[in-house]
Design a protein around this ligand. Sequence first.
Ligand SMILES: Nc1ncnc2c1ncn2[C@@H]1O[C@H](COP(=O)(O)OP(=O)(O)O)[C@@H](O)[C@H]1O
Ligand SMILES: [Mg+2]
Length: 445
Amino acid sequence: MQSTTATTTTTTTNPTPCQKVDLEVSPLVRYDAIVSQGKVRLDNHQRSIIKHLDRLWRDLKQYSPQPAAISILADENTHNGVFSSFSKWFNSAKQNKDEDPSASTAWSPKSMYIYGDVGTGKTMVMDLFFDTLPITRKRRVHFHAFMLDIHARIHRIKTENPKLANPLAPIADDLLNDAYVLCFDEFQVTDIADAMILRKLFSELFARGIVLVTTSNRHPTELYKNGIQRQSFLPCIDLLLERCQVLSLDSGTDYRKIDRATSHVYFHPLNQNTLEQINAITRKLTHNKPMTPMKIDFLSRSLVIPHQADGVARVRFEDVCARSLSAADYLEIVKRFHTIILTDIPKMTMKHRAEARRFITFIDAMYESKVTLIASAENSIMEIFDAEQGEDEMDSGMRMMMDALDMTDISSPLFSGQEEAFAFQRALSRLVQMQSKEWVNKELS
Ligand SMILES: Nc1ncnc2c1ncn2[C@@H]1O[C@H](COP(=O)(O)OP(=O)(O)O)[C@@H](O)[C@H]1O
Ligand SMILES: [Mg+2]
C-alpha cells in the first residue's frame, strides 16, 4: 500500500512536487525553487498565500506549547493516568465553568484557513508548508479522517466513562501531545454530529495553543450552509473567524485539468472490447495469479472483497456503491490495495443519488491513499453524472424533507446541498487527475 493510515498521518498524502524535506528551507524558498526547476508554474495567487505561510512558518520556529501533563488515551490501561487526567480536566472545567476555554489562552501564532475552488493548489501549498516545517509535533490529515478518529475517541471514552460530560478536553490533551500544528485538508461540515462537536473541540484546541492550517472549498461563513440546526453552529464560525487568518486562493486555474500525459485506465462504454481490456490489465497487474476472496475485519464489521490478488482488488460498482457501505468501509478497502479495478460503473442520474454519493466517497478515499484506479463505465468521465434525467422522481420526496426541515436554497440539481455539488466537482477533477501518467501504477506506464 502506498498510503499511510486513514485516521492518523503525519506525512503528506496528496501528490506534491516537494518530496524532499529540507528542514531549514522555508515554504517561500521551496516554492520559488520548484518554480525555477519547472516542477510547477509560477502562480502569483499561490505565491501570496505562501508568503503568509512563510510568516507562520517563522513564527512557529519560536513557538512550542508544552504537552498536556497526562494523556488519558496514552494511559488508558492505568487507572492512575485516567483518573488524574479526569480530575485535572474536572478541576479546570470547574474553574472555567461558563467560560469559553479558548478565551484565556496565552499568545499563539494565528491559525490559517485557506479556501478556494477545486484544483487551485490549496493542498499543494499546505503540504509545502507542512513538509518544510522543522518540528516533529505536527500532523497532517484529511479532515474527514480526522473526524472519524474524533468520533472513535469519543465513543471509546464514553464507553469507558459514561458519566463524563465533556470527553473533548482529554481528547484535546491527547491531540496536543501528538502535535501542536494540525493541518487539515478539505475542511467541511456536512453533518449535524460534526457541527455540534466542532465548536467545543476547536475551543479546546485553541485553548491549548494548537495552531491549525486548513484548506477548504468555502469561506467559513459558508460552512454547513442549510445544515440542520445551523444556528448552533454559528459560534464555531465566529471562533474560526476570530482565530484564523482567512485567505482566498483564487487563481482561476484548475491545475488538475491541465494537459497531462494520460494513461489508459478508464474504459467505456460497457462492451466486449472494454471487458477484454479490463481482463488484460487485471492479468498483468496480478501477474496471472488467480484472484481469491478476502475478508476484511474491522471494528465490529466485516467486508468481503470477492476478487483480489497481489494488492489488486477487482470489484463491481453494484457491489461497492449500490450496497450501504460507508466512508469507514472505503477507507479500510483502500488501506489494503494499491490498485482497484472498479467495473460496470453505470451512468448516474437522479435515481442513483445514494450510489453517486458513495461513489464520490470511494473516489475521495482512493485519491487520498494514492490508489491506482482502473475503471470501466457506461459513459465518459465528464458524462458520468447526469443531473437531468429522473429529476422529478427524486424531487418530490427530497423536496418534502427539505421543506419540513425548512432547508431552502438547494442549488445543485443532482445533490441535496452545495457541499455535495463541491464533492461532485472535486470527484470529476480527481478522476481526471487519477488518469495521469504520474498517478497510475508504474506497471501500466
Ligand atoms: N502552480 C502549479 N503548477 C503546476 N501544477 C500545480 C500548480 N499548483 C498545483 N498544481 C498541481 O495541481 C493539482 C491540484 O492541486 P491541489 O493542491 O490538489 O488543488 P486543490 O487542493 O486546491 O484542489 C496537484 O497535482 C498539484 O500538484
Ligand atoms: Mg485539495
